[in-house]
Design a protein around this ligand. Structure first.
Ligand SMILES: Nc1nc2c(ncn2[C@@H]2O[C@H](COP(=O)(O)OP(=O)(O)OP(=O)(O)O)[C@@H](O)[C@H]2O)c(=O)[nH]1
Ligand SMILES: [Mg+2]
Length: 449
């Protein structure tokens, strides 16, 4: 799939299919999130519609009445007239109230694209596209497109392109090639289809090879860092992970008010710096119904979280749906096999909450830390917490440094946390806190002096 419509001029109509398992607040929140996803792509949401169905798997995902209503908005009324498929006569009662974005009184033919808040099979997509006469997207298609646009690093680009091709491959067979087949006549179309399929297969194989080699390199880099205390920021998209990363590392990591601003892991040292250094990594944000391929492709990116000794779960506490967002984060991390090391829940964006709301949240989550990345006191509080946890993980040892090996004191001070220095007759007794690997290395050096 490629978005062919010009993003800046595209008016999007969003459609929610409510089923017995997906309705009410859940459907409303999901649709509001789809509106933000679509806006992230530069589309303008001109309205929403909902359709009650027993399942999203029906060949025709819209009932006849709803189809006519929507076709009115896409300017394709003729196609629907005369349709008498019994499957279309579904219950047409809308049970969800999307009061923030309404479709009432919308002008005729105002929608250039239609976006469904569920996944559509290739044939469902083709059917509804034919019926409505405009480009149709499903939720996965939109998420993959955002990922494609935001991928910056080589790894992110490779991972997203693999997911995109996997998504495109079956749709290629069902839609565009079908059309070509019709245009070019039997035989010729089949050849094109075969060629396209092979091209995608070859491209996928090549991308996977490239990704494997990049991942090998990344693994090497992670091993080099493995002796340092690592903290990973994880959480739902737009929760404020990159903003917090920037605040606690004094770096210029991008934080943006768009969904999936970060697609690759960035690693920086905690600032003000500590001895030994503490590393902080920012990771890709999650979203509900994250396409399975994308979860799989982000395994390696999330390996940073896997290696972390402390996981900071950042949530946007000002978003009423943050609890279900947190469930999604737990679900994805479990899926990619990130075991919970020590963790802290960060209720972020507290500046958007009243004092009463903050108090209620702290009662609900007594173990959590309430922060605003815009409040320097909160940033130092988190910094201090991280340093304390890292400190607890370290081992304390006494090292005897003879005056003849005084040079080594400088090295110790610059790589370990020195808690005491006692000057004796023939040596300095230094009490340090550090990780086991660094301590073992130091002791070995001392022996060879
Ligand atoms: N009011 C308020 N806004 C915040 C706070 N922290 C971050 N933001 C804003 O929230 C938006 C998203 O922040 P990011 O740091 O990009 O969020 P993220 O979690 O990295 O998002 P992804 O990269 O998409 O996963 C930006 O517009 C930030 O300025 C906060 O404490 N208060
Ligand atoms: Mg980010």
């Amino acid at each position: 799939m490629q978005l062919t419509a010009k993003a800046s001029l595209t008016n999007a109509l969003l459609i929610s299919i409510c089923t017995p398992d997906f309705k009410g607040d859940e459907a409303t929140e999901s649709l509001a999130e789809l509106a933000r996803l679509v806006t992230t792509l530069g589309f303008k949401v001109v309205g929403t519609q909902s359709q009650k169905q027993s399942s999203t798997k029906k060949v025709n995902v819209l009932g006849l009445g709803k189809l006519a209503e929507i076709a009115h908005l896409t300017g394709n009324q003729g196609v629907v007239d005369g349709e008498d498929d019994e499957d279309f006569f579904e219950e047409l009662v809308d049970e969800t109230d999307f009061s923030d974005i309404q479709s009432d009184n919308l002008p005729f033919a105002c929608a250039d694209v239609v976006v469904f808040d569920c996944d559509l099979s290739p044939s469902q997509l083709r059917n509804v596209e034919n019926q409505l006469g405009v480009e149709v997207f499903d939720r996965t298609g939109i998420i993959i497109e955002i990922f494609s646009r935001h991928a910056r690093t080589k790894t992110a680009k490779l991972q997203v392109e693999i997911a995109r091709l996997n998504y495109v491959a079956p749709r290629l067979r069902e839609s565009s090639c079908g059309d070509k087949e019709r245009q070019m006549g039997k035989g010729a179309g089949e050849t094109t289809l075969e060629l396209n399929r092979r091209a995608v297969r070859d491209q996928l194989a090549e991308l996977k090879r490239e990704l494997a080699s990049v991942q090998h390199e990344m693994k090497g880099r992670r091993t080099q860092r493995s002796e340092l205390f690592c903290v990973a920021l994880v959480g739902y998209t737009n929760a404020g992970k990159s903003s917090m990363m920037r605040a606690i590392t004094g770096s210029d990591v991008e934080g943006e008010n768009k969904l999936f601003a970060t697609l690759d892991t960035t690693v920086r040292a905690l600032y003000p710096t500590t001895q030994p250094r503490i590393l902080v990594s920012d990771t890709v944000g999650f979203i509900k119904k994250l396409p399975h391929d994308l979860v799989a492709s982000f395994h390696s990116t999330l390996a940073e979280a896997h290696d972390a000794s402390l996981l900071l779960y950042v949530v946007d506490a000002s978003d009423p749906s943050f609890r279900s967002q947190l469930d999604v984060v737990h679900g994805v991390l479990e899926e990619v096999g990130v075991e919970d090391s020590k963790k802290l829940l960060i209720l972020n964006k507290s500046d958007q909450l009243s004092t009463e709301q903050q108090q209620a949240l702290m009662e609900e989550f007594p173990e959590a830390m309430m922060t605003s990345t815009r409040n320097p006191d909160d940033v130092s509080k988190l910094h201090q917490y991280i340093v304390e946890v890292a400190h607890q993980e370290m081992i304390e040892e006494e090292i005897i440094v003879p005056y003849t090996a005084k040079g080594i004191i400088g090295e110790i001070r610059s790589s370990m946390s020195v808690t005491k220095e006692e000057y004796e007759y023939s040596h300095i007794k230094v009490t340090v806190r550090s990780n086991a690997i660094d301590l073992a290395r130091l002791k070995k050096r001392m022996l060879s002096l």
